[in-house]
Design a binder for this molecule. Structure first.
Ligand code: AHR
Length: 502
């Protein structure tokens, strides 16, 4: 328990001081042909034991509708640079079976472009396709864009129509390769930059004015990749060919999904600094290489926890506890602060792989604590980040002796200005805190809804036997008027919605 003499932590909100809009795309996701993410996680074909919408898993679709992912990156990952999209269109019985090289599993190609687009429409997400640069060609990449988007009387649009899709899909986001410094071809930055220039020269016109081209950026251990990429493009007057640079960053490697100590949890929080440094650096570069006519931004294309249990041998599957949920929520608070420079983040991966939202076991399904963070934080999307001041904040020690505030807060105002949404994380595993929350310069705010996730053991997680162990719970927040006294349980995520009469 905290020292009873400690002054109460206090948070003041200033809705009139708006910083920037929180891009809804920060809450996007990533689904690769790896393990049981696509096959079983999305596509069940004619398996009589699993209910589906013509092959697409029903329970997963219904659960993903509730989190309304703004964009979904597909088909990889490392898989993308070995994927030939023509293998995955046309009559399914004629599609070739291939060896999924990176993840050492068969690839039946039953789930291809048209199936993905049907799935994306069902769950209401924007498609984000990653093109094959590592083992593909410019022609293959261009023909995929034509297949998806062309309205002209040309071979690829005709093929799409013959496959039952008369209207173009209008895919906006196109990644030009994945991890091309590694599984995407082991390239040097200048070699990739030269290839990028060639691909993007032809893609730019095809994707049209609304289309966005995303370059492969660095992982935090190869920091000069981004600098050298941008310098190369600038040298060739080609900066207009890149809209976003995409980073990858995983956390927690070498640690266990369930068997972890409190010290390991705090050290995971400490690792967020690595992600922060990588994003800050990339945003600085994007800013430096942007011009008045052409702004470049940053994606965090892959992120999340990667525990030691997730190996190629087990399909990169891992469990997901309240630790993962607190990690995700803390990262989202960080992502909110970058404004328009950080435009999209895609956690890896949606089903059954790494920090998944959904786990399946044959016909059974459960959502994870991380899923609940995506669902609870929905009001932050496209809202304005507002100024917040804090007082009397307690601290927790991270593993390297560094400290951080034990309570993390992020507050946004809806576009009409009559709704505020506040997420509050108690990162402390020993102490719950009483907190005062107020809007000092305004009257009339009332609590519309308050919810809490967690507050028990940090190891808590959902299983097929107990699928609702970790679930957000609504609670009555004081008398409902401000300033509000709130109790933040240990290791918990609280959200408060405030409304005001117009
Ligand atoms: O998400 C799993 C893998 O991690 C992706 O395929 C790759 O891009 C990254 O190394």
């Amino acid at each position: 328990m905290p020292d009873v003499t400690s002054p109460t932590p206090a948070i003041s909100l200033f809705p009139e001081v708006r910083r920037h809009t929180v891009s809804r795309y920060l809450y996007s996701h990533f689904a690769e042909h790896i393990g049981r993410c696509v096959y079983e996680g999305i596509w069940v074909g004619d398996n009589p034991k699993i209910e589906s919408y013509d092959g697409i898993r029903k329970d997963v679709v219904e659960s993903l509708k509730d989190v309304a992912l703004p964009a979904l990156r597909w088909p990889g990952g490392c898989f993308a640079d070995s994927y030939h999209w023509m293998d995955g269109v046309g009559p399914r019985e004629k599609r070739p079976r291939r060896h999924n090289l990176w993840w050492n599993q068969p690839e039946p190609n039953s789930f291809g472009t048209d199936e993905f687009m049907r799935f994306a429409a069902m769950i209401g997400t924007d498609p984000y396709f990653c093109l094959n640069v590592g083992s593909g060609t410019v022609e293959e990449a261009c023909s995929w864009v034509e297949y998806c988007n062309s309205t002209q009387n040309c071979a690829m649009a005709t093929l799409r129509k013959e496959n039952g899709h008369p209207d173009p899909y209008q895919v906006k986001f196109w990644g030009v390769g994945n991890e091309n410094w590694g599984c995407g071809g082991n390239m040097r930055p200048d070699y990739y930059a030269d290839l990028y220039r060639r691909y993007a020269t032809y893609l730019r016109g095809l994707v049209g004015p609304e289309g966005r081209l995303i370059a492969c950026g660095s992982y935090s251990n190869i920091p000069d990749w981004d600098e050298r990429f941008f310098a190369n493009l600038k040298g060739g007057n080609c900066l207009h060919l890149v809209d976003y640079i995409a980073l990858h960053n995983y956390s927690g490697q070498g640690r266990s999904e369930l068997e972890f100590t409190e010290e390991e949890y705090y050290s995971l929080l400490g690792q967020i600094e690595v992600t922060e440094k990588a994003i800050t650096r990339a945003c600085g570069l994007a800013q430096a290489y942007s011009t008045f006519g052409h702004r470049i931004g940053v994606f965090l294309d892959e992120w999340g926890t990667w525990w030691k249990e997730a190996t190629t041998a087990n399909g990169v599957y891992q469990q997901n506890t309240m630790q993962d949920a607190l990690f995700a929520a803390t990262c989202f608070h960080l992502f909110h602060t970058y404004g328009e420079w950080l435009y999209m983040t895609n956690m890896a991966q949606t089903m059954n792989v790494l920090q998944a939202l959904i786990l399946t076991r044959g016909p059974e399904m459960t959502v994870t604590p991380t899923y609940h963070v995506y669902e609870m934080f929905k009001p932050h999307r496209d809202a304005a980040l507002i100024a917040v001041t804090t007082a009397n904040m307690p601290h927790v020690k991270l593993s390297d002796g560094a400290e951080r505030e034990a309570i993390s807060v992020s507050a946004t105002a809806a576009p009409d200005g009559n709704e505020l949404f506040i997420s509050l994380l108690n990162l402390d595993l020993k102490n719950s805190y009483d907190l005062s929350l107020g809007v000092p310069h305004a009257e009339g705010w009332k609590v519309a809804r308050a919810r809490v996730l967690g507050g028990g053991d940090i190891h808590d997680h959902n299983t097929f036997e107990e699928p609702q162990k970790v679930l957000p719970v609504d609670f009555q927040a004081g008398e409902g008027s401000l300033p509000l006294s709130l109790k933040l349980p240990v290791g918990s995520i609280t959200t408060v919605e405030l409304t005001r009469q117009a």
